[in-house]
Unconditional design. Structure first.
Lengths: 365, 294
């Protein structure tokens, strides 16, 4: 039988075996453990948790192992698993002002209460391949401890501006009000900010980064300052109905970016700075920064600015951020389409035949 | 293996949500109902909408048939059938007449469906106007006002340019005299089968998170003009395997010198005919292939 169409079942089973073989690689090389991945590929794990929308380093590590390190495939695995999980409770809003800060920088002020905390960052490393790492058994240098611990509460830098009224007020506390849930509800337009932020938080890092980039080089007129970027641990609290008071269910690592943007003012509003907000699970600064820029760009309608560029168009942006959707649809074109192709073939032949009939007549005229 | 996952994979709350959506869709034929589509363990664009619909309507006593391009043995049909064998442990079949639920991509089976059967379509793009108007906010208004002039103009422009309508699949239809609806990328050859069909026709678009439906015995009219009536594809030849002249034919390339044959796209239909003694010009496809092409 012609192989292109027949024999699907056996081929599928065999391809699963081939994938398993490729994943394992040379059996003489020791197999990766999940602990190795969570400990040594932390940033890859963070990205998978973020876009996979599940905070669970071990599951993310398993997904990465299963996907041979392909982050988008791992994100897909985690999302598909997530579907089967019950929703037990909705947490209270996390309080990033009370974060156990490991890193906190501001580009807007040289110094502020709590100070700049550089923390672990690649920013000032020189991107030189470190051949010493190729030889295993590295001895890890120990970072020096500060003389005193950081304050327990570090006020957000943007609060300094807001005391002067120079930056727009943050939206009032809306705890208890219904929040859009991008994992349960289909998108609807125009999108509220809750829907936008959730969508961007789980959106593809590369796509959101590219959009953010576009707003800063002509396709969006954005003039951003990083008001504050902070990373560390926050506790998550839920209020079980039968208790009626909050209980702490554990800590998560998050990265938060508060971006300051210029705003020239409108008929209703005096000139002031405006906010763009980014938040990610784990240590994902690139993502949090990009998210905050796109968030601000998408607020154009609310601020009375003209929406002229792709990053300002909520239907365009929010419909295309999800890499699980994007990958599925783009790759589905490798599925058989021969019924439709046959229909198009028929049409092209018909149109060519008609043209061939018409043209000789024209030549004779 | 139904132990580690719920029956038919989805949890019962999700199924209930999808069933409510299906009821609404059946009550407003052809209207796209938004639903909280879930991530499935198969990729978006590969049938997740159809799978969620099937998972929500299937019961332990159902008999499932899955086809892609009309065939039961194409890889994606095999993969989806295996998924339901695994998570729902249901009986499966390749016979159209034996199935209670048929999930399909790109075809409507040739055999007439009967009352009690459910045809589940996989839909990549539920919005028939999307290629003409990319914005959901606009297309929803157009549906609300029944304002479908844009599509008529598109078809008219085809006629003005080519002398005939140049849409061959996903050919737009009006369901129940009201909603412009995408039949999913079935060839327009299959459009007439949607009209007054005794079976329930359900459409699931997972990535776009829309469900719509055509209840049994509903009017489904393909758009056309009085002086350019709707027509379907016809072939000069017949199926080389079973001799059918009334089925949709796939073209199979036999060598690199342009030799080709046509065979039924619906493998069950073709098989049933051959079992009943119908024979085409080249009943053994292996003989038709060049030795090196096998």
């Amino acid at each position: 039988m012609y192989v292109a169409v027949k024999g699907g079942e056996r081929a599928i089973l065999n391809s699963h075996k081939l994938v398993a073989e490729e994943r394992r690689g040379d059996p003489a090389v020791p197999e990766l453990g999940l602990a190795q991945i969570t400990e040594q590929f932390r940033l890859a794990v963070d990205r998978v948790m973020n876009e996979g929308s599940v905070y669970d380093p071990e599951l993310a590590a398993l997904a990465l192992k299963q996907a041979q390190g392909d982050s988008i495939e791992a994100i897909f695995l985690l999302r598909a698993y997530r579907t089967t999980l019950p929703r037990i409770a909705v947490s209270r809003p996390i309080e990033t002002a009370e974060m156990a800060v490991r890193r906190r920088v501001s580009a807007a002020y040289k110094d502020m209460p709590g100070g700049q905390v550089l923390g672990p960052t690649y920013d000032y490393t020189h991107r030189l391949l470190d051949f010493a790492l190729a030889a295993e058994g590295e001895t890890v240098p120990e970072a020096e401890q500060a003389a005193s611990p950081l304050p327990e509460t570090m006020l957000p830098v943007l609060d300094i501006l807001s005391h002067e009224g120079l930056i727009e007020e943050e939206v009032a506390d809306r705890e208890g009000e219904p929040v859009f849930d991008v994992t349960r509800d289909p998108m609807s337009f125009p999108a509220g900010r809750d829907q936008r932020l959730q969508n961007l938080a789980r959106g593809d890092e590369g796509f959101v980064l590219g959009l953010a980039y576009s707003t800063t080089r002509g396709y969006g007129g954005s003039h951003p300052f990083v008001g504050e970027l902070r990373m560390g641990e926050v506790s998550v609290e839920i209020v079980p109905e039968e208790l009626g008071f909050p209980i702490d269910i554990g800590d998560i690592t998050v990265t938060e970016c508060q971006m300051i943007n210029q705003f020239k003012g409108s008929a209703e509003k005096p000139p002031q700075f405006t906010r763009g907000y980014g938040l990610s699970f784990g240590h994902c600064e690139r993502k949090a920064m990009a998210m905050s820029l796109v968030d601000r760009a998408l607020r154009c309608k609310e601020l009375g600015e003209d929406a002229l560029y792709p990053a300002q168009d909520d239907e365009f942006v929010l419909s295309h951020t999800d890499n699980v959707e994007a990958v599925g649809f783009v790759t589905h074109f490798k599925l058989p389409h021969y019924v439709d192709f046959q229909a198009e073939l028929e049409l092209v032949r018909k149109m060519r035949a008609e043209q061939a009939r018409v043209e000789p007549q024209e030549a004779a005229e | 293996m139904t132990g580690d996952y719920n029956f038919a994979y989805l949890d019962e709350q999700t199924k209930r949500m999808i069933r409510r959506t299906l009821l609404k869709a059946l009550a407003i034929p052809g209207y796209q109902v938004p639903f909280g589509g879930r991530e499935m363990p198969l990729a978006y664009g590969w049938g997740t909408g159809g799978i969620q619909v099937t998972a929500s309507v299937i019961g332990p006593r159902d008999v499932l048939k899955v086809i892609d391009q009309g065939a039961d043995d194409t890889t994606n049909a095999v993969s989806i059938r295996r998924f339901f064998e695994r998570v729902a442990d249901v009986a499966t079949t390749e016979k159209t007449t034996d199935a209670t639920i048929i999930q399909t991509r790109h075809r409507v089976p040739e055999a007439n469906l009967v009352e009690g059967q459910i045809l589940v379509y996989q839909v990549p793009q539920p919005e028939p106007l999307r290629r003409l108007e990319p914005r959901e906010t606009e297309t929803r208004k157009m549906h609300a006002y029944g304002e479908y002039g844009l599509m008529q103009v598109k078809l008219y422009e085809d006629i003005a340019q080519f002398g005939h309508i140049a849409t061959t699949y996903d050919y737009p239809v009006i369901v129940n005299g009201r909603y412009l609806t995408a039949p999913s990328p079935i060839p327009k050859f299959d459009n007439p089968k949607m009209q007054d069909n005794p079976a329930i026709q359900l459409f699931g678009a997972g990535r776009e998170k829309r469900i719509y439906a055509i209840p049994p015995y509903t009017t489904v009219k393909s758009l056309d003009f009085d002086d350019h009536p709707f027509t379907v594809q016809r072939w000069d030849g017949a199926c080389a395997l079973c001799g059918a002249t009334d089925s949709y034919l796939d073209e199979v390339v036999l060598d690199d010198r342009g030799k080709r044959m046509f065979v039924c796209s619906d493998t069950d239909y073709c098989g049933q005919r051959r079992a009943a003694g119908h024979v085409g010009e080249q009943p053994d496809m292996d003989d038709a292939l060049e030795p090196e092409a096998r």
